[in-house]
Write a protein that binds this ligand. Structure first.
Ligand code: 5CA
Length: 439
């Protein structure tokens, strides 16, 4: 992309209304713009990050056998009357009437709709277990939307739903999701800790929140520092083997970790003093086991081998895809701006043309841009070098290829790594090779 013709409106000054660093940087780096309270437009660079995060989430859901589908954002009120949540959900639910005076709502979550889809066509024990998921926009009319995309009203969520014949099966699905979640967050360079949590309006009796530690987080958390040393790289866990899942779940749940709602000071006191940690965290995911809470009132039954009918055991599993953009920035920035982890960066590299009116400079930049294509943001603007340096640091591209007239005359460029800040002068060819090797 050529920056001169991109909708990436960077800002020099800090926007007055943004209280936390990720919100400030998302506005300043031109990733998003607010269109109504708690509702954001994703501009080209921000949308690239959102899509990269969604793709990692998708790959890890697929890897444990979940099937992707897409349910609509608008749902009929009747389904929610069946579960009893139409009234209990309260003012957070955006209720709508169509021209025929039919009651609809903009979905805050999809337990009812997926239960309805399953009961229409799944009848036999032979068809279960199954896990399905979608990545879809949700709306919750939060009283106080704040912190940008971290607590929005419209936000992108990955929500998965599991259907099993019995508790043992439901527990297996729960653990498979827990494994998928740890792999997902790790791939994004985040250290998430699963913590016992309240179930809230989703309901049920087994629930974990996945928390990223950050001083600006909305949750107060308590945990055993032993967690920081666990190598949960998780590659040695096979999601199809119950023994592996049990071993993984034990690793995730042995050490004390709880949000303030579930915190038990007496149990926490049994953690050796030097390992007790207390701090703030951002909830990037939340998983729930709730048994027959929806399948029973919605009368979804499955025929067992002996002909008996049972209500399937269910769970639901959410990841805040749009919230993750903010959470990653909270975890990875410095005074100059964002430092994107390579895997979610909107562009792998920025090409900084320090003197567009210089023929050698521009020729080398064009060559570089042709080689990198869509992965590069080419700063071809007629701006001072200082502006380009500042914007590139602000936007946080993992690499900067800096092309000035003196070195360009020799076919040389400067390659800068955003994290760490090392710079090396080398030929364009070597710079491109270095980038390729870093895939
Ligand atoms: N149905 C369940 C699981 S699919 C559910 O809705 N869970 S949730 O309420 O915990 O939401 C899942 C995730 O969405 C949260 O962990 C959080 O990361 C994200 N999320 C929730 N509310 C917001 C919001 N207002 N803004 C941005 N992200 C949000």
């Amino acid at each position: 992309m050529r920056l001169s013709r991109s909708l990436i409106p960077t800002l020099k000054e800090n926007p007055a209304d943004a209280q936390i660093v990720s919100h400030r940087l998302m506005l300043r780096a031109g990733l998003v713009r607010q269109t109504s309270a708690g509702i954001y437009a994703w501009l080209p660079a921000g949308f690239r990050v959102l899509q990269k995060i969604a793709q990692i989430v998708r790959e890890e859901q697929d890897a444990v056998g979940a099937q992707e589908l897409l349910m609509p954002t608008i749902q009929p009120a009747e389904l929610w009357r069946e579960s009893g949540r139409y009234d209990s959900y309260g003012k957070e639910m955006l209720r709508i009437r169509d021209r025929h005076d039919r009651e609809l709502l903009y979905g805050p979550t999809n337990e009812e709709m997926i239960t309805d889809l399953f009961r229409q066509s799944v009848r036999s024990y032979r068809e279960l277990p199954q896990i399905v998921y979608h990545i879809q926009w949700k709306f919750r009319d939060e009283v106080r939307p704040r912190f940008g995309v971290m607590r929005g009203r419209e936000f992108l969520m990955k929500d998965a739903y599991s259907f099993d014949l019995d508790y043992a099966g439901a527990l297996r699905s729960y653990r498979q999701m827990m494994l998928a979640y740890m792999r997902t967050f790790q791939r994004m360079g985040l250290k998430a800790i699963p913590m016992q949590a309240e179930t809230g309006p989703i309901g049920g009796d087994l629930s974990h929140e996945f928390i990223i530690l950050a001083p600006t987080g909305e949750s107060q958390v308590f945990y055993d520092a032993a967690f920081e040393d666990i190598d949960y790289s998780a590659s040695n866990f096979d999601h199809t083997q119950d023994a592996d899942l049990a071993r993984f779940a034990a690793l995730m749940t042995t050490h004390y970790a709880a949000t303030d709602e579930k915190h038990d000071p007496d149990v926490f006191a049994s953690v050796p003093r030097e390992r007790r940690r207390e701090g703030r965290g951002i909830e990037v995911g939340h998983i729930f086991y709730f048994g027959t809470k929806y399948s029973k009132p919605m009368n979804f039954t499955i025929a067992m081998p002996d002909g008996k009918l049972i209500h399937p055991e269910m769970g639901s599993y959410g990841i805040g895809v749009s919230r993750l953009v903010g959470a990653i920035i909270e975890a990875s920035h410095d005074d100059h701006g964002i430092i994107w982890p390579d895997v979610v960066a909107p562009f792998k590299a920025a090409i900084l043309n320090l003197k567009p009116e210089d023929a050698a400079c521009t020729e080398l930049c064009e060559k570089c841009y042709a080689a990198l294509g869509n992965e590069a943001l080419y700063d071809d603007r007629l701006e001072r070098p200082g502006v380009k340096f500042a914007d590139a640091d602000l936007m946080g591209h993992p690499w900067q290829i800096i092309v000035g007239p003196r070195a360009a005359a020799q076919g040389m460029v400067e390659l800068k790594r955003r994290a760490g800040g090392e710079r090396h002068e080398l030929s364009l060819q070597s710079a491109l090779e270095k980038l390729a090797a870093h895939a």
